[in-house]
Design a protein around this ligand. Sequence first.
Ligand SMILES: [Zn+2]
Length: 321
Amino acid sequence: MESRTIASYKTPSGQRVEIAKQSFPSVRKRPTKRVAFVSSLHGNELEGIYLCHLLIRHLKNLQQTQPEAFQGEIHIYPAVNPQAVAVGSRLSPFFSLDINRQFGGNDARSLPAQSASELLDDLKSSADIVVDFHASNLHLQEAPQIRIIDGLHKKLIPLAVQCNVDLIWVHPAAPMFESTLGYNLNQAKINTLVIEAGISLRLNKEFADQLFRGMLNLLHHTGVLTFTGSPLNIDPPVIAHPSEVVLLQSEYAGLFVGHCDLKKNIAKGEMIGEVVSATDGEVLQEVTAPASGFLFTLREHPLVYPGAPLARIALKEMDRP
Ligand SMILES: [Zn+2]
């Protein structure tokens, strides 16, 4: 494994902050493919950091036992926003800027924008395929999924199905995505998958293990790794296009109490949870599935207001419009 620092800067009190990159070179002169894994653009999303740990640990071991397995190159960037990770915040400290809204601009005058630009350049020169790990916010728990902007799906779905996620969600394009890392890499013709799993500031070991198997399978499928051993068992995901996802929202202010589990095939009419009143003992809203499908988002934070998201369901084929 080769360790490098792709960018570094000094904090006002003099410490150095470094963005680390761990690389596993190919045994071939011309690597079959070059794959990069990026984690923690958002410092409160920890699932990806753990996944990078699992990958680095596994690959270091593989390098010793089966060095010939490395037909392609692998680059891992475990914490690309180190100061935000240090305080567990989504935004870059001091600047209150979302680094994943700083890509692709011409004006890199702030430190987060400059870091974004250095990361983008490094990825462009190192990778043919990039996987960008994210977790959800503190409000919603998400099943492991890949989100693809409508229009990129034909190119990205064949790669995404190799990743052992529960769902591939093709969602409509929106201007806010244009300043993200994923969008800018895809624009530069570097196929980039954005993974979302779990909830912020927590680790879900089951999800991390599931995605770990998916990442190894992706490396195998793309010819980057050719290892021997037992086959990886990965499950085919549900694929949902923009009109095939329903969002359930709260109609009231109150407490949301969930009555079912995430990652569940739910039947029409089945109870998902209740919104209850804190003051008069009333059940304000019974939240039931409006159609059968796969429950892939579930509210974790109980405090809700009208319009607060409670759950998302990817509709089953028979319930699709
Ligand atoms: Zn994120």
